[in-house]
Ligand binder design. Structure first.
Ligand SMILES: [Cu+2]
Length: 282
């Protein structure tokens, strides 16, 4: 092996290894709590489905990357001017066309097909299966009204109706019980925002004039971040909140106290406080 060929091989390997090693850090400027440089820790009952899809896709594209790198190295080292004269064709032979279509088609079928099949199944059976969640008498309902630059939150209180005097109203602060389904209805009063719960693998656009919904269920008691995932103006970065997963007993205690306080402070003439809407689901 001549020095030049050795240099070429080493450079190729180093570039490939460098790309592999730096890729995960390019997307994570700071470590996320609880999980180093990976995804934020998942505290939801169904978030594992999304993590599985991301993990499998990473593994499959990782395998493809290594195969392609090997192929390029083989071409660079195995075929060179000293071994034989380079052969060129236009890639329009039957064999070439079938080979290219076959490889591209298989990659598309396996990688994208897996994403498509599993994500549509997950949506149908779990994430968009509101019928099942709404039938559960334990289900909690929360309304979110986004505005520049905060999240108004409202839970129904003991009467189960929104926009009444026992509603629990807060700002950038949501409390939910553990192991209990929660349906969120999300709207916006001004511009597009996106209500994002990274630790629940849940995110939905907040759109003026429209109510979007999703449901989730916390499985680990603790405090987690709420963020806005849609650039919505100068102070977009300040649109942070906290969602707290409480034990069922703590939640019951808090909800009772909070709705009593709300009823006490209720002012019929304060129109700004009455931003809630009739619950759109069942
Ligand atoms: Cu926003």
């Amino acid at each position: 092996m001549t020095a030049r060929r050795l240099l070429r091989a080493v450079t190729g390997l180093a570039m490939g290894a460098g790309a592999l090693l730096t890729a995960p850090f390019a997307f994570a400027a700071a470590p996320q709590p609880g999980s180093g440089y990976g995804l934020p820790v998942d505290v939801s009952a169904e978030g594992h489905r999304i993590d599985w899809l991301i993990g499998v896709t990473n593994v499959l594209t990782g395998i493809l990357f290594v195969l392609m790198l090997g192929w390029i190295l083989y071409a660079a080292i195995g075929h060179n001017e000293k071994r034989h004269v380079a052969a060129h064709d236009h890639g329009d032979s039957r064999k070439s066309i079938f080979l290219v279509l076959g490889i591209a088609g298989s990659i598309f079928f396996v990688v994208d097909g897996n994403l498509f099949f599993n994500s549509t199944t997950d949506l149908e059976e779990v994430f968009h299966n509101f019928d099942k969640v709404e039938k559960d008498p334990a289900t909690i309902r929360v309304e979110i009204n986004a505005h520049q630059w905060a999240w108004d939150t409202r839970s129904a209180g003991p009467d189960g109706k929104f926009n009444t005097k026992d509603d629990i109203v807060s700002l950038n602060d949501i409390k939910i019980p553990v192991d209990t389904p929660v349906i969120f209805e999300v709207a916006s009063t001004d511009v597009l925002h996106a209500f994002n719960l990274p630790n629940f693998r849940a995110k939905v656009d907040a759109v003026p004039g429209q109510i979007n919904r999703f449901w989730t269920q916390g499985k680990t008691v603790g405090e987690y971040e709420i963020g806005c995932a849609q650039h919505c103006g100068t102070n977009h970065y300040k649109m942070k909140g906290v969602i707290t997963v409480l034990s069922k007993e703590d939640y019951a205690r808090w909800a009772k106290e909070a709705s009593e306080n709300s009823a006490r402070l209720f002012d019929e003439n304060d129109k700004d406080a009455h931003w809630g809407w009739d619950w759109k689901g069942n």
